[in-house]
Ligand binder design. Structure first.
Ligand SMILES: *[C@@H]1O[C@H](CO)[C@@H](O)[C@H](O)[C@H]1NC(C)=O
Ligand SMILES: *[C@@H]1O[C@H](CO)[C@@H](O)[C@H](O)[C@H]1NC(C)=O
Length: 279
């Protein structure tokens, strides 16, 4: 074998040795990105000490320790009181930790720190965010205002997402094509401390003669909730042959959004005017 290759191989093996002796291999956090308020959740911390004895596993929320597992101690589990956190000790252990009836106030970064015992004493910490969410009830509502079209003003679609915590994400679809962004959004708080998001999409260049449009919106909250509004069909008052609609997007580098309508051979070019006037 080429001596340079041997050199590379030896260097690689040495490097791997050094790397392995400095960290725990395959450490992985299993923390859901979001969980429903009032439900229980199990957080996992996987690690491989490669034969070294475990010294401790510690869990923190925003760097404040609330759970410690030390196999040498009796009992091995210690829980430190932390507002809003209730550990189910009967099902928690060195790898998994179950929290009961989680409240919104515990949303934040969760950290797991694993330490090996003598002779290695390696320690590694990983962190992941978890949001305690209040999932919406109902579906979003889309409203379309075409009253300004005759005067050359845009067609306006507004999407009202049902109240949730935190505010959900809203996406518009025009003729089943996802619209990349929208013109503006507002978020208001409800009396029961939930957030309500309203997004507004202005389609310019609609006017004169145009084909009917189908507009709907989708609201999502992490992976916990996804719902579509009823689709609204918008037609010109006096239907005429198809023309080109313009919908301009500036948020994603002047992208032009093309829509193909199956029955028609025209390619519609939409341009979405995004003037982000977040209030
Ligand atoms: C931790 O939880 C995972 C997934 O739920 C499970 O596969 C594993 O056996 C659990 N480990 C321990 C030590 O309880
Ligand atoms: C909204 O979408 C962004 C981008 O996909 C995602 O990172 C975020 O978690 C979403 N927020 C909610 C509340 O679903």
């Amino acid at each position: 074998m080429n001596s340079f290759l041997v050199f590379l191989l030896v260097t690689f093996i040495l490097f791997q040795r050094i790397r392995n002796s400095m960290s725990l291999t395959g450490m992985r956090l299993n923390v859901p990105r979001a969980v429903r308020a009032g439900h229980s959740v199990t957080l996992g911390c996987e690690y491989d000490l490669e034969g070294a004895p475990l010294y401790s596993v510690k869990w923190y929320r925003e760097y404040v320790e609330f759970y410690r597992y030390v196999p040498k101690e009796e009992p091995p589990i210690r829980v430190f009181p932390l507002q809003g956190i209730q550990v189910d000790v009967s099902v928690s252990n060195s790898k998994n930790l179950t929290l009961l009836s989680v409240g919104r106030d515990i949303s934040g970064q969760f950290q797991c720190e694993v330490s090996a015992d003598a002779p290695l004493f390696h320690t590694q910490l990983l962190s992941a965010p978890m949001t305690v969410a209040v999932v919406p009830v109902g579906v979003p509502l889309v409203l379309v205002d075409k009253s300004g079209l005759e005067q050359g003003r845009p067609l306006i679609a507004t999407c009202h997402a049902p109240p949730s915590h935190p505010a959900g994400n809203v996406t518009f679809f025009v003729n089943d094509e996802k619209v990349p962004g929208y013109t503006s959004e507002t978020t208001t708080s409800t009396p029961d401390q939930l957030e309500e998001r309203t997004a507004r999409l202005e389609l310019t260049g609609v006017g004169g003669s145009w084909e009917p449009l189908r507009i709907r919106c989708e609201a999502t909250l992490f992976r916990l909730y996804r719902a579509n509004s009823i689709e609204v069909e918008v037609k010109p008052d006096t239907p005429q042959p198809a023309s080109v609609l313009l919908l301009e997007t500036t948020s994603k580098g002047n992208a032009i959004f093309r829509i193909k309508i199956p029955q028609v051979i025209w390619i519609y070019v939409f341009k979405l005017l995004v003037k982000l006037n977040l209030s």
